[in-house]
Design a protein around this ligand. Sequence first.
Ligand code: ATP
Length: 205
Amino acid sequence: MTSETRLRIRAVHKAYGRRAVLRGADFTVSAGMLAGVVGENGSGKSTLLRIAVGELVPDGGSVQRFGALGYCPQQAVVNDTLTVAQHLRFFQVAYRLPRLTEAWELVDLLGFGAERRTRAGELSGGTRQKLNLTLALMHDPPLLVLDEPYQGFDWDTHQRFWQLAVQLRSLGRSVVVVSHLLHDLQHFDTVHHLRDGRLHEGAAR
Ligand SMILES: Nc1ncnc2c1ncn2[C@@H]1O[C@H](COP(=O)(O)OP(=O)(O)OP(=O)(O)O)[C@@H](O)[C@H]1O
């Protein structure tokens, strides 16, 4: 395993008004690492990830990313009036991909190929989330930041998600996953507990 760094967060602080959420959070992710971020509701996991991907500016501290990024936010960022296929074509242009072969393979893996002509606004919650995840993965970036990516997935799809995450790790990708589920912890190389605004690292397995 290489130790090339893909994401480095140092002493990050973030408050919403008077509510200090992050108070000196440090987080480093290397190539070929599957890292979990866990913590109680409201502990600041989504805030940390939004800062990690540059969506939110921290009050203090530094964030460095090395290479392209795929971000799966907690709330799907999709356009209700566009179909699944239209989303893929839109993101193909945005990512400058020569073809959509790999994107459709992801759709098949996640099991929603039958919905290719369905508008996002008419998808079930779980399928909408599958589209959200596909859009984050389809350009095969070296760093993936996934905020509870399998919300609403049925058990088979949940299992397939983890097979995919493990496969991506073996290909040297870095995968950061926010999880609430105890049985997911076994999949991580490292687990980072967000508590009192800081991350506490513990070996997961
Ligand atoms: N835009 C915002 N304005 C004000 N407060 C916010 C905002 N976003 C989040 N917060 C507050 O910051 C705290 C951390 O929120 P965050 O969503 O980062 O936590 P989380 O650990 O991801 O929670 P969950 O497990 O419920 O998803 C919460 O108390 C939340 O209410």
